[in-house]
Design a protein around this ligand. Structure first.
Ligand SMILES: Nc1ncnc2c1ncn2[C@@H]1O[C@H](COP(=O)(O)OP(=O)(O)OP(=O)(O)O)[C@@H](O)[C@H]1O
Ligand SMILES: [Mg+2]
Length: 222
């Protein structure tokens, strides 16, 4: 699913965000990326999403090489990914249902199927009672849930969430993590970053990637 061989990432200004690393992530794995601010978590996600390219080494996601000369194929595999961005990127003035359906507009499916998938995923995140509410009236945590519903509605094989628990108290943060991890199955890989290591203490199975100033320490717990 994801294979990195001697990969490193430096930004044009010379910042070495990711020092040379190797890893592989299999289909169906749950991956937590932890580490302090500036340690390279988002940079690693950007590589996986094909939003940055490695400065050296070979990086493959869903069988495609993440390189500047492969952008068409990268666009294709992006459709199999469900990103949950830190800043949500929801459309104001639109309802919960509209926001989720808009995230699916490029799918080659009949409108009623899109609508059914959207409603299913909104119910799954616990907002079935707010389908017709505009997102402007929702709390931060509810917006986070809409953003998750939008990411999962198109049934991606790779769900990627950057700091999904950002502004939440511990109880709600754990609820969000449990919701996200519940999407892991034999075909679906879930990757979550957080700087709050105490939040993931109760998760015992998965791949734990600890970042520290661009260095990576990887532990697989089964
Ligand atoms: N576009 C960029 N150009 C130059 N440097 C960058 C760029 N993006 C990130 N960096 C630097 O790369 C390093 C890693 O940043 P990154 O955003 O990956 O960290 P992070 O672990 O996600 O931090 P946070 O927990 O604050 O989100 C930092 O030193 C950051 O300043
Ligand atoms: Mg970050």
């Amino acid at each position: 699913m994801i294979v990195a061989k001697k990969v490193g990432l430096s930004y044009p200004d010379g910042t070495e965000a990711l020092k040379t690393f190797d890893f592989h992530i299999e289909k169906g794995e749950l991956v937590f990326i932890t580490g302090p601010s500036g340690s390279g978590k988002t940079s690693l996600l950007k590589l996986i999403l094909g939003m940055e390219f490695p400065t050296h080494g070979s990086f493959e996601v869903l069988g495609e090489s993440i390189q500047s000369d492969n952008t068409e194929k990268i666009q294709m595999i992006r459709r199999s990914m469900g990103p949950v961005f830190q800043e949500f990127r929801l459309l104001e003035g639109r309802t919960v249902l509209e926001n989720v359906m808009l995230g699916m507009r490029f799918l080659d499916l009949p409108l009623h199927t899109i609508k059914n998938y959207a409603i299913q995923s909104i119910e799954r995140v616990g907002l079935g009672h707010k389908l017709k509410h505009t997102v402007d009236r929702l709390s931060w945590g509810e917006c986070q849930r809409v953003s998750i519903a939008r990411a999962v509605a198109r049934k991606p094989v790779l769900i990627i969430a950057d700091e999904p628990t950002g502004n939440l108290d511990k109880e709600n943060a754990i609820n969000i993590l449990e919701l996200l991890t519940s999407f892991t199955d034999t075909d679906t890989t879930v990757i979550i970053t957080t700087h709050a290591t105490h939040l993931i203490e109760d998760f015992h199975n998965g791949v734990f990637i600890k970042m520290n100033a661009g260095d990576m320490q990887i532990e697989r717990r089964i």
